[in-house]
Design a protein around this ligand. Sequence first.
Ligand code: LR7
Ligand code: MN
Length: 595
Amino acid sequence: ILRGAVGFRRNVYSKILIILIILIFMFYFFKNLNTNVNNSVANDILLSDKLVDNSEKNKINELELLIRADLAKQEKGLGDNGQGADLTGDAKEKGEKQLATIALNEELSEHISYNRTPPDGRHPACRNKKYDLDNLLTTSVIIIFYNEPYSVLVRTVHSVLNTADSRLLKEIILVDDASTNDELKDKLDYYVKTRLPNKVKILRLRNRLGLIRARLAGARLAKADVLFFLDAHCECMKQWLEPILERIKESRTSVLVPIIDVIEAKNFYYSTNGYTDYQIGGFTWDGHFDWHDIPKSERERQKRECKEKNIDICPSYSPTMAGGLFAISREYFWEIGSYDEQMDGWGGENLEMSFRVWQCGGTLETIPCSRVGHIFRDFHPYSFPDNRDTHGINTLRMAVVWMDEYIDLFYLNRPDLKNHPGMGDVTHRKVLREKLHCKSFKWYMENVYPEKFIPTKKVLAYGRLASLAENLCCDTLQQNADKPYNLGVYACFRPEVTASQLLSLTRNNVLRTERSCATVQHTRDSSQRFVVMVPCIGDDEVSDNWNITNSKQLKHIQTGLCLDSSDLSTKNYVHVTTCNSGVKSQKWEFQHEGS
Ligand code: LR7
Ligand code: MN
């Protein structure tokens, strides 16, 4: 009996052994199969992870020395806590030159540690919050780059690794949009291979595809629950992932952005403004993204949400997003139509995704407990083949698919894009819109962005404001609308009105352009006061009002003075002066009656 029992046991052991061997075999078989699938799906990409095994010793030694030199150059403590830093002597000069050529102080970046800490500028309520890290979603961070300064890119990766709990971070996918800078090739491969954990991967595109298709390539490889896209020059604040992952778990159709803090390109100062006065996204009718303060109505909605949930800080709905830093459920990203893959180069994809998400049933939210710094550069250090206006053409594709009749306001600002032959085909995006049963742009304007000014609606008059004295029209003279400027006159453009001559007199008697409202200069000399255009958000917040009189004058109600086009000695600026219905230079006519 005893012998029988031993024999039986031996039998069981060998069976277990055979099963184990089969399991191990299958594990490796499927693992390999998986990498093969990756390679064949991503037809045009090279996964460069062979370098360290294959290349010669010399090359490796060389790279190792370069990397050690980089590390030796970094000064301990420099820029810590997000402080701005300064160089001296030759290095300072070099940095200043780079600021002019690549819009960023690369030399300074090389002196700052990859692991410098950003400040903690979060709302106190965010700092006290606890998260159940074992039950949050996982993230694939996707960072695309084209010729970014090596040290800035590497710092971005370190920053993610330093701040993301390993339970939440499945992988970081770096997508190289066919950079030509050598440092971003073997040296970066070697650094990632030898200094960073396995979860950092590099995807090399064979050809430059532009940022939209580069993000798509990264997204195709990603495996985690959530995609978090970042530009290649970011630094993450403590716990930037947790509140985002929590919100997506609660609401999978929410597309989320962190507060985007400014890191200055000249001294790497990471500035944290207050935690409640952050801005949200809007757009201009010429198709650009812009920032603006959270309107009263949204603040009130936020308060209500906070009260209901009994929490201190809540997301704010945002009509649009800047586009570079955002998180979305991976499944939802594909469901909602990822990107228009026919968009080239740079630009336009951010408004496209914003409108699409809102119109097709999702929401776009800023999560104030999540903060990420972004280096804002004064200009793009790269160009595109043929100097194509990719932003314009991409925006045209967006407008044709999503903006319905409001596209006229876009064409008004961009007449050059009407019937542009470069637009290409957008049928598949229109089909997508049908398939997802998306709402109209009118719905978006009324429900998501009601504070957005529409120059032709709810107005007493609009269009060109022409002087009856001579062929002159009020004109912004293309001055920067981010700050106050004087209203001028210029020869009227006809037959179509141009954006610089498009004015509206609203039902609240506010005289304005899309972004600026007309006020009267404060000065003692009341005979000649300029008309100052100041940034305005809502009509109700403007204290200057205007009336059209029976004798065709435009009268400033608060001062009782009238708009006058005479005496243009100073740069074609118009002024207001004592009303006199007898002079022609005070007679004006709007192009259209209001509706
Ligand atoms: O051909 C290119 N291929 C690329 O991979 C050109 C650029 N890129 C990379 C580039 O290296 C960078 O990592 O794409 C990323 C974005 O390019 P930036 O940093 O030059 O763009 P930006 O920060 O000036 O522009 C904002 O608008 C763009 C519109 O297409 C993108 O959506 C950017 O991601 C976006 N950036 C942000 O939203 C950060 C917040 C700033 C604001 C406003
Ligand atoms: Mn950027």
